[in-house]
Design a protein around this ligand. Structure first.
Ligand SMILES: Nc1ncnc2c1ncn2[C@@H]1O[C@H](COP(=O)(O)OP(=O)(O)OP(=O)(O)O)[C@@H](O)[C@H]1O
Ligand SMILES: [Mg+2]
Length: 325
């Protein structure tokens, strides 16, 4: 298998006593669009700033196309296009001059032609002579995207690329990302789950600085829609023997206990497992108070993973980092 274009090992960043990201491990390959999902403060921007060599990690390692983000930051910057959360633009330059300036800074060959090319691609050619200060929010975002792809980077790191765009532009920018992603490597963060589903080959869900799930949207969706999701309430506490019996039932994929007297069961696709579940519960001596089906949305999966009961959230609180002040 080809070497990963983005390689992250035990990547950690602390701000004083606050652990922003905690021993992250992941990779992305050429032609892959990797999504970064997580609630506010999860550590997405922090990770992206480290990968773009804007800021060193506290511990761990990150490599872009084989180059270390700390020791070989110049090589990394050449190969990375970055759309930051807040795009720093020069308000008193024209749109075109801003791109020419950025292009010269990065040694882009044939910079004039290239600047016009990217302006066309992000739909800003008509505003080439406008001052950056006069752009609307969505236009600024598109100009941010234009500068990110200007030097044809191998890796594109996009921090919420469609935020502030109108619906037409959202579609166009997503098409653009898809197109770029087919040849390059894209890491993008988003709060829009449908966007992740549409664009990403793989999704990392991050919560409180830890990766709590990593899967293709297809598999997440399989968890979502593939099999029945069944809620069960029993009288008294569910013990290990019952849990084990339920887990070994044919057609049962996952059994969790959100509360001592509750079960949440996910069945394999196309399987009706409620009769066996009911029988198993009764045979183990519990009263069955409730058994019902529930639809699962991606939002629910997300909330389940990053909610207050998420295992990684507890883990992060229990395992303070050694480097912190
Ligand atoms: N410069 C900083 N100084 C101190 N703490 C910081 C700094 N930047 C980020 N943090 C903290 O690090 C944690 C991760 O923040 P980060 O910006 O990476 O989150 P995020 O996932 O990008 O969130 P959002 O979805 O809101 O953009 C947060 O607790 C944040 O308060
Ligand atoms: Mg952020």
């Amino acid at each position: 298998m080809a070497e990963a274009v983005i390689q992250v090992q035990n990547l950690t960043k602390t701000y004083g006593p606050r652990v922003a990201i905690d021993r992250l491990n992941f990779q992305a390959h050429k032609g892959e669009i990797l999504g970064f999902l997580g609630p506010n403060g999860a550590g997405k921007t922090t990770t992206m700033r480290i990968l773009t060599a804007y800021m060193p990690p506290t511990a761990g390692q990150a490599r872009i196309a084989g180059f270390d983000v700390v020791d070989e930051s110049l090589e990394v910057r050449k190969r990375v296009g970055y759309l930051p959360e807040r795009v720093p633009l020069y308000d008193d330059l024209s749109v075109l001059d801003y791109l020419l300036f950025m292009g010269k800074l990065r040694g882009v060959p044939d910079v004039d032609a290239r600047a016009w090319e990217v302006l066309e691609r992000v739909g800003l050619a008509e505003r080439a002579d406008s001052f950056v200060a006069s752009l609307s929010k969505g236009m600024r975002q598109r100009l941010g995207l234009a500068q990110a792809i200007l030097h044809q980077p191998e890796v594109l790191i996009l921090d919420e690329p469609t935020i502030g765009l109108d619906p037409t532009q959202v579609v166009e920018v997503r098409d653009l990302i898809r197109e770029i992603g087919s040849e390059h490597t894209v890491l993008l963060s988003t709060h829009i789950l449908a966007e992740a589903q549409q664009l990403c080959d793989r999704v990392l869900i991050i919560n409180q600085g830890r990766i709590v799930a990593e899967d293709s949207p297809r598999n997440l969706q399989a968890r979502l829609q593939g099999g029945q999701r069944i809620f069960v309430a029993v009288r008294g506490e569910v013990g290990q023997p019952l849990l084990q019996k339920l887990r070994s039932l044919e057609g049962v994929r996952l059994v969790e206990t959100p509360a001592p007297d509750r079960l949440e069961i996910i069945a394999a696709e196309g399987q009706e497992v409620r009769p066996q579940i009911a029988r198993t519960v009764l045979e183990s001596g519990h009263d069955l108070l409730e058994i019902r089906l529930a639809e699962m949305t991606l939002e629910e999966i997300f909330l389940q993973l990053v909610g207050d009961n998420a295992p990684a959230a507890k883990g992060a609180a229990e395992a303070p980092h050694t480097e912190e002040a």
